[in-house]
Design a protein around this ligand. Structure first.
Ligand code: IVH
Length: 719
C-alpha cells in the first residue's frame, strides 16, 4: 500500500480481511510515530486534525474488524505518556479528559443539553439546566497541589493516573502563586488543608511570536540545536518539560485554573461557578471570559460569541467547554470510561491544516524586504480559506526545507498571517522542487524593479536596493520623503499617498512636484482648499537643506544625524555621490555598513536619476546645511583636547568655539590628538601631551589658530 493510500485513510468500507489487517498495522505505525513526535518530542509533523483523522480511521477499522484490535493499538491507550527523567506522580484523583463535540452550531450545544437532560431524567417541563461555560485553552494540563496554602507539587497529566513532577519549572511561572491568599472571608474558615488546582499552562501568542523570532535569530547566528516551535501549545509543553528550569523560565508561560483535584479540609461551594470564584479569591488566575448560561440556547450563544472573539484573544483556544454548574448534579451524572458526563468541549475549526505547496513566490514588502511565500492549494484553516502562507525568510525556508509540491502544515491563529510550520516529509513527491535559494531564484535582482538585492551580514532578510525607485516600496518611500524631519510636506499623509499611488498619479518622487490643484482636488476627501494647501506645502518643501534631502531619500541606515553629518562633511551632493567607501567612512559615525549602503544606493543609476530629476523640478538645498563646507573651516578635521582653566574662555565657550571652527573636542589625549589647549593647573593631560610631543596651545594660541572669521561674536566679550 502506498503512503498516499495510507494518508487518505478513508474509513473502512468492508475490507478484505488481509487488506484490513495491513491497513490497520500501517495506521498504527503512523499513529505511534506521530504520537511520539507530539507527546514526547513536542514537535508534531502533522496537524492535530490530521492525527484525529488517522485515529478515527483506525477506530472505525477496529470496530468493523474487532479481531484486529491489539493491546498496543493507540486506540487502547489514554493520551500522554510519562517521560524519562521526571519523577512520576500518582494523581490522588485521576485527571480526566473531556468529550469533544465538533458539530457546528447550533447542533453541538443542543446535543449536549439534550443528553444531560436525558441522563438526569428531566422531563420536558423541567426548567432549563444551568451551565458554566469556559474557554478551552490550548496548552498543557497541570495539577497544582497546595498543602496549607503552600505550593508543594506540580505535575503534568501524563496518562491521567500518573503524571510527571514538574514542580521546579512550574515555580518559574509568575502567575502561579507559591502561597495562596486567604480564602473567601467567613467561608469554611480560611485555606483548605489540601487543595489541588487543575488548569492549563499556556503561552500567549505574543510571547510565542517573540520566542520564535528569537529562535530564528539564534538559528541565523548559527547556534546549534535550536529550532522554532510549531505552535504555542508545543512551545508551552516543551517549556514545562524542560530539564533546565532556567530555560523554562525563558518562556513567559501563563496559567488559567479551571477545576479541582483532591480537596481536604474545605467545604466545596455548591456550583462550579462558586469553585472558580473561590480559586480567584485564593489568588489563582481564572479566565474572566466565563459565564453561567441556561439551556441549549445559552450554550449556543456563548459558543457563537466566543467564536467571534477568538481571533482577538491574546492566546489560542480550540473551543469552549460546557460544564453542568451544579456540583450535586455533576456527582449524580458521574463518568463514562474516563470522561465526565457533565462536561463537553465544543470545538472551533482547527487552526492547523495540511495542504500542498503549488510554488514558492517571493514578495517585496513596503520596506524592500523580500519574503518567500508559499502559494497553496486553498485550505480552510482557522475559519478562513488560505491560499498564501509566509515562509518568513530564506533561512527559515531552507531549515524547514519547503519545496514546490510539498505537503505542508499551515497554521492560521488570531489575525496573524498564515504560516507554513512544517513539511510532511513522508509525502514529498519524487518531482518536488529544489532546495530553496533566494538569490539564485531571482538571479540577484528584485522581482518588481530589477534593482540589485543584498543580504547584509548578520541579517536574516534579503532586500531590494531599489528604495524609492521600486514600485513595491513607493508608498513607504513617499511617506518617508514627505515626513516632518525629511522634506516636511504637510498634508501628504497615509491616505493621500495611498490614493496618489493607486491612481497612478505619482510613480516617482519628482512627479510629486508636478501635481496641480486640479488633480489633487479630485482625490477622495480632498476638496479645492486642502488641494491648494498641499500644493503650497510642496512648493515650500522645494527649499530645503542637503541634510534633510539626503535623509528624505530613505537610504538604508542613513538616519537624520548621519545625513546631517554627511552634508557637513561633503558640503555638496556631487562629491558625496562620487565618494568611495573609504572616503565615506571618514565621516564621523559612518561605519562600513552605512558606507556600503550609501555606495550601493548611488551605484544604481536610477537613484542618481531621481536626484537629478528632483533638481530639475526645482528642489534646491543649501548644500552645507547652513554651515560652510568643512574644508574651509580653520579646524576642519582636527581633534583638540582642553585641559586646565583658560584665562577668559569658559570650558563650554571654548568647546563651542572649536566646534564652530570645524574641530572636534576630545576628553583624552592620544597620538591622534592634534592640539592640546592648556590653561592654568593643567594636569595629567598636559604631561601626556608633552610625553607624546604634541603641539600645546594657550588660549591666545587657540584664538590665533582659529582666526577672526569664526571668533567674532564668540569671544568672552561678545554681546
Ligand atoms: S475540564 C473533567 N476545562 O482540555 C474535565 N479542561 O480533555 C477536565 N482544557 O487536557 C477538564 N481548557 O487540559 C477543562 N476550561 C477547561 C479546559 C480544559 C482546556 C483541556 C485540559 C484537558 C483537555 C480535556
Amino acid at each position: 500500500m502506498s503512503q498516499t493510500d495510507l494518508f487518505s485513510a478513508e474509513p473502512s468500507a468492508p475490507f478484505p480481511a488481509d487488506a484490513a489487517a495491513e491497513h490497520a498495522a500501517a495506521l498504527r505505525r503512523q499513529l505511534h510515530h506521530h504520537a511520539h513526535r507530539y507527546y514526547v518530542l513536542d514537535a508534531p509533523e502533522i496537524p492535530d486534525a490530521e492525527y484525529d483523522r488517522l485515529f478515527q480511521a483506525l477506530q472505525a477499522l477496529e470496530a468493523a474488524h474487532p479481531e484486529l484490535r491489539t493491546p498496543d493499538s493507540p486506540t487502547q491507550r489514554v493520551l500522554g505518556q510519562v517521560l524519562d527523567g521526571f519523577e512520576p506522580v500518582r494523581h490522588a484523583v485521576p485527571m480526566l479528559s473531556i468529550r469533544t463535540e465538533t458539530d457546528t452550531e447550533p447542533t453541538g450545544a443542543a446535543t449536549f443539553d439534550a443528553r444531560a437532560r436525558r441522563e438526569l431524567a428531566l422531563g420536558e417541563d423541567a426548567p432549563p439546566l444551568r451551565y458554566a461555560c469556559e474557554l478551552k485553552f490550548d496548552g498543557l494540563a497541570v495539577n497544582l497541589r497546595y498543602v496549607d496554602g503552600v505550593l508543594v507539587q506540580a505535575a503534568t497529566r501524563g496518562d491521567g493516573e500518573t503524571g510527571e513532577d514538574v514542580t521546579q519549572n512550574i515555580r518559574t511561572i509568575g502567575q502561579i502563586p507559591l502561597r495562596l491568599r486567604d480564602g473567601p472571608s467567613g467561608g469554611a474558615g480560611g485555606l483548605p488543608a489540601v487543595l489541588e488546582v487543575r488548569g492549563e499552562v499556556y503561552l500567549r501568542r505574543d510571547a510565542f511570536d517573540r520566542l520564535n523570532e528569537r529562535q530564528r535569530e539564534r538559528i541565523a547566528r548559527g547556534d546549534k540545536g535550536e529550532r522554532t516551535y510549531v505552535n504555542p501549545r508545543n512551545a508551552a509543553a516543551g517549556a514545562v518539560r524542560q530539564h533546565d528550569p532556567a530555560l523554562a523560565a525563558e518562556r513567559p508561560l501563563s496559567f488559567f485554573a479551571y477545576g479541582l483535584g483532591e480537596v481536604q479540609g474545605w467545604t466545596l461551594p455548591d456550583t462550579h461557578r462558586g469553585v472558580l470564584d473561590a480559586l480567584d479569591t485564593f489568588g489563582l488566575p481564572v479566565c474572566a471570559e466565563r459565564a453561567v448560561v441556561e439551556g441549549a440556547d445559552g450554550l449556543a450563544a456563548f459558543h457563537q460569541r466566543i467564536g467571534q472573539q477568538r481571533d482577538r484573544l491574546p492566546f489560542d483556544i480550540d473551543g469552549v467547554v460546557y460544564k453542568v454548574d451544579d456540583l450535586a448534579l455533576q456527582r449524580q451524572m458521574g463518568f463514562v470510561s474516563r470522561e465526565p458526563r457533565w462536561a463537553v468541549a465544543h470545538k472551533y475549526p482547527a487552526q492547523e491544516q495540511m495542504t500542498t505547496v503549488r510554488e514558492i513566490d517571493i514578495q517585496v514588502g513596503r520596506t524592500g524586504k523580500l519574503t518567500p511565500v508559499a502559494k497553496l492549494e486553498p485550505v480552510f484553516v482557522g475559519g478562513t480559506t488560505v491560499s498564501n502562507a509566509t515562509l518568513h525568510n530564506e533561512d527559515e525556508t531552507r531549515r524547514k526545507d519547503v519545496r514546490a509540491g510539498d505537503t505542508v502544515i499551515v497554521r492560521r491563529a488570531g489575525d496573524v498571517i498564515p504560516e507554513v510550520v512544517g513539511v510532511v516529509l513522508e509525502r514529498r513527491p519524487a518531482d518536488a522542487g529544489e532546495p530553496f535559494d533566494l538569490y539564485q531564484r531571482l538571479g540577484g535582482h528584485c522581482p518588481v524593479c530589477g534593482s540589485d538585492i543584498v543580504r547584509e551580514e548578520g541579517e536574516a532578510d534579503w532586500r531590494c536596493t531599489g528604495g524609492l525607485f521600486c514600485p513595491a516600496q513607493r508608498k513607504q518611500a513617499l511617506l518617508h520623503f514627505a515626513g516632518r524631519r525629511a522634506m516636511d510636506i504637510e498634508g501628504l499623509g497615509d491616505k493621500v499617498v495611498e490614493q496618489l499611488v493607486d491612481a497612478g498619479l505619482v510613480r516617482t518622487l519628482p512627479e510629486l512636484y508636478t501635481l496641480g490643484v486640479a488633480k489633487l482636488a479630485a482625490l477622495d476627501r480632498m476638496g479645492e482648499r486642502s488641494a491648494q494647501n498641499l500644493v503650497d506645502a510642496l512648493e515650500k518643501s522645494r527649499h530645503t537643506t542637503l541634510g534633510r534631502f539626503l535623509f528624505a531619500l530613505g537610504i538604508r541606515h542613513v538616519g537624520e544625524a548621519t545625513a546631517k553629518a554627511l552634508a557637513r562633511h561633503f558640503g555638496g551632493i556631487d562629491r558625496l555621490v562620487e565618494a568611495s567607501v573609504e572616503q565615506l567612512t571618514e565621516v564621523a559615525d559612518v561605519g562600513p555598513v552605512v558606507a556600503q549602503s550609501l555606495r550601493t544606493f548611488f551605484d544604481q543609476p536610477h537613484h542618481c536619476e531621481v536626484v537629478e530629476r528632483l533638481r530639475a523640478v526645482g528642489v534646491v538645498w543649501d548644500e552645507h546645511d547652513g554651515v560652510p563646507p568643512a574644508e574651509v573651516l580653520p579646524l576642519a578635521g582636527l581633534t583638540l583636547v582642553l585641559t586646565g582653566t583658560l584665562p577668559t574662555l569658559g570650558r563650554d565657550a571654548a568647546k563651542d568655539l572649536i566646534e564652530a571652527a570645524g574641530g572636534k573636542v576630545s576628553g583624552s589625549v592620544s597620538k591622534k590628538t592634534h592640539y592640546v589647549v592648556a590653561g592654568v593647573e593643567a594636569g595629567a593631560k598636559l604631561e601626556k601631551a608633552q610625553a607624546l610631543g604634541l603641539p600645546i596651545l594657550d588660549e591666545a594660541g587657540l584664538l590665533a589658530l582659529i582666526g577672526p572669521g569664526v571668533t567674532e561674536g564668540h569671544g568672552p566679550n561678545a554681546a
